[in-house]
Ligand binder design. Structure first.
Ligand SMILES: Nc1ncnc2c1ncn2[C@@H]1O[C@H](COP(=O)(O)OP(=O)(O)OP(=O)(O)O)[C@@H](O)[C@H]1O
Length: 430
């Protein structure tokens, strides 16, 4: 398996793929995720250099999807991935006419990287993701400063430290570093996240039990009660933006989005607003939130890549994105968040439960359990509305038909670059 930490030039996969029947180029449309709205969140400044040059065009695909469907295996085939060596700059204008921001695509980048659709030279300047949109050989090459990129359709949220582009064309991967017995090191930035004691508090079942066992009327009246936000409960908590936090959005002229000054600007439900103010104690959106949340929360929903510093508030962006898209009456998985480590999965779940405390939305963590509980079929099917977990476990639950993706509306990759940086190039699906 290619190890890009050691050899950044080695292609991890190939694209386009030619299958046994000589079929070529398969798009994500053929995967179970074709109708997802995908958000990618990742720190911007620590993109591994190997994803800057050369970036890798990952084609999440499924030449074998038809057959895998037949065999009830929703996961893709490894041979579906092919690597386009940089500097081939071939470019299909057709791709840019349906950029990720405008489609129901998956993991994307072009519009976000500020490349005009008509610019045939863009392939030198941004990274990949066209493969996600099908038959395109747009091969990213060297990173360029975001501000040097021409205006484009769609939008990009990024920060100056993120002037290098990483390949975000990411799909589920079979072998997760988080699914090994070794615990990956957490970053120092993560230290600021909730620690074990809080995890226990948030991870207990109190909220869910309460919701399940209470009659609807009682819940409604309790909710009404709870949703009165006592001003004394509000704590002015501002997120300190790093000094170089010059987050900017690159958007087309006709973008309907405007930055949100307050959380009220976002048309959030009272339940979510109360979660933000009372539970999270936030006062106003951070910069990345102000820019990205309108894109995430305003229909028509489009794909988004958001890059910003550690600790700048990205988690809130996608947690709110997931919570706000759930149909509370549908008791089945509707949002899926994939994280590189079990710790991050648990942390994100905690934030989601805390922020969504007044929504009644159910959530579950899909991470490796201890050996006693992780026996095949020991885990019941998942009916929680939000599922957060690691790739290997999610894949296994899907294979075992314990996690349905039929009703998924939102797909989030948190720290996708970390997944790619570690062993994410080994996208082997069976
Ligand atoms: N709008 C806000 N106002 C005040 N505090 C906030 C706001 N948004 C997030 N925070 C707090 O800032 C801290 C960092 O936020 P968060 O974890 O969402 O950042 P992040 O960008 O996801 O970080 P990382 O890159 O480490 O994942 C958390 O403690 C969070 O509660």
């Amino acid at each position: 398996m290619a190890n890009h930490d050691q050899n950044p030039n080695q292609p991890p996969f190939s694209f386009p793929y030619t299958d046994q029947n000589q079929n070529q180029f398969y798009s994500l449309d053929q995967t179970p995720f074709h109708n997802f709205d995908a958000f990618y969140f990742g720190p911007s400044h620590n993109a591994p250099p190997q994803y800057v040059s050369p970036p890798h065009a990952l084609h999440a695909t499924s030449p074998q999807y038809a057959s895998s469907q037949a065999s009830n295996d929703p996961i893709y085939d490894p041979a579906s991935f092919q690597y386009v060596p940089p500097p081939s700059a071939s470019y299909d204008p057709g791709f840019m006419t349906s950029p990720p921001m405008y489609g129901s695509g998956f993991m994307t980048a072009p519009p976000m990287y500020g490349v005009a659709p008509s610019s045939a030279s863009y392939a030198h300047n941004f990274m990949s993701s066209p493969p996600m949109y099908g038959e395109v050989n747009a091969t990213p090459v060297n990173a360029i400063p975001i501000q040097d990129a021409p205006p484009t359709q769609g939008a990009m949220v990024s920060a100056p430290p993120a002037r290098h582009f990483i390949d975000l064309s990411l799909s589920l991967k079979r072998t997760s570093m988080a699914d090994t017995s070794e615990t990956p090191a957490t970053t120092t930035e993560r230290q600021s996240k909730p620690q074990a004691a809080e995890i226990i508090k948030w991870g207990d079942v109190e909220d869910e039990e309460e919701t399940a066992s209470t009659s609807e009327d009682k819940v409604a009246s309790q909710l009404e009660d709870k949703l009165t936000i006592d001003d004394s409960e509000k704590v002015d908590k501002f997120l300190e933006e790093p000094q170089d936090s010059n987050i900017q959005a690159v958007t087309a002229g006709d973008t309907p989005y405007t930055s949100a000054t307050t959380f009220e600007d976002l048309n959030l439900t009272p339940e979510l607003l109360k979660g933000l103010y009372v539970e999270m104690k936030f006062k106003k959106p951070s910069k990345i939130q102000a820019i990205s949340l309108p894109m995430i929360l305003t229909p028509p929903y489009k794909d988004l890549i958001a890059q910003a510093h550690n600790g700048s508030g990205k988690t809130t962006c996608f947690v709110l994105g997931m919570l706000s898209r759930i149909d509370p009456n549908a008791r089945r998985p509707q949002a899926l968040c994939i994280c590189p480590t079990r710790e991050l999965s648990i942390q994100n779940l905690e934030v989601l439960r805390k922020m969504g405390k007044y929504t009644g939305i159910t959530s579950e963590c899909a991470v490796p359990m201890d050996s006693a509980n992780d026996r095949p079929r020991s885990r019941p099917p998942i009916f929680a509305q939000v599922v957060i977990g690691t790739p290997g476990t999610i894949k296994r639950l899907m294979s075992q038909k314990k996690l349905s993706v039929t009703d998924m509306r939102v797909l989030v990759f948190d720290e996708a670059d970390h997944m790619l940086a570690k062993d994410g190039c080994n996208f082997y699906y069976r």
